[in-house]
Design a protein around this ligand. Structure first.
Ligand SMILES: Nc1ncnc2c1ncn2[C@@H]1O[C@H](COP(=O)(O)OP(=O)(O)OP(=O)(O)O)[C@@H](O)[C@H]1O
Length: 225
């Protein structure tokens, strides 16, 4: 299987001069098409920083970070935007807009850089919400949905653009054990169906078994794979 994410010798620091704080040290990691990789590790070990670099949300300068064959190290904004358009994101806080319905929140994602008609966007978004079991909640606003349902809307939103990669940062953090496990199991099933790779950062040891591979980060270094 080809690598969709290929990181070699990545170093990253915050600050400069005497205040330089190295956060990622010589990270090498490759993730294949359709593979589910979890990153765990203590608070402050650099997990979120790593995810934001791969997601084209933060610029790194040392090493190599290829995402779908695009080099993100020292890259232009244009290259990062292109990478971002091919990635689905799921965050700890669902980041849904309160004034929009579930359907509108999902279909918003398709408005950027996409040649679909409004009807096509609606249909695809409805399909994605049906796939996560929310076919009867299309017109509900975030305030009318439970935590688990909100995270399922986020999963639909991340998958609707048919990305090759999903990046998820602590997606179960705001959920109880059962809804957390259900949400990631659903994410896994849908991602495997579409051969979407998932890179998921978590503290939640209860969900480690959904992974094909678990990577442990400690003090910016990969400790074990
Ligand atoms: N914008 C920033 N400016 C300076 N330092 C930062 C910034 N963001 C994070 N850091 C520092 O970088 C280190 C790694 O942070 P990061 O958020 O990547 O860790 P993490 O492993 O995701 O932690 P957690 O599990 O608590 O979310 C921490 O020491 C943090 O204080």
């Amino acid at each position: 299987m080809p690598a969709v994410i290929d990181v070699e010798h990545l170093d990253f620091s915050f600050g400069s001069g005497a205040l330089t704080q190295p956060v990622l040290k010589d990270i090498t990691l490759s993730i294949r098409k359709g593979e589910i990789v979890l990153i765990t590790g203590p608070s402050g070990s650099g997990k979120t920083t790593f995810l934001t670099i791969i997601g084209g949300l933060r610029q790194a300068f040392h090493g190599s970070v290829k995402v779908l064959d695009q080099q993100l190290i020292n890259s232009s904004e244009q290259v990062k935007v292109k990478a971002r358009q091919q990635i689905g994101y799921i965050f700890q806080q669902h980041n849904l807009l309160k004034s929009l319905s579930a359907l509108q929140n999902v279909s918003m994602t398709l408005e950027m850089g996409n040649a679909l008609t409004e009807q096509q966007r609606r249909d695809r978004s409805a399909e994605a919400l049906i796939a996560v079991g929310l076919g009867d909640r299309l017109d509900y606003k975030p305030g009318q949905l439970s935590g688990g349902q909100l995270q399922r809307v986020s999963i639909a939103r991340a998958l609707v653009g048919q990305p090759k990669i999903i990046l998820a940062d602590e997606p179960t953090a705001s959920l109880d054990k059962q809804s957390g496990y259900e949400a990631v199991s659903l994410l896994k099933r849908l991602a495997k169906e579409s051969q979407t790779a998932i890179l998921l950062v978590t503290h939640d040891y209860r969900i480690l078994d959904i992974a094909d591979r678990v990577v442990e980060l400690e003090d910016g270094v990969i400790k074990s794979v």
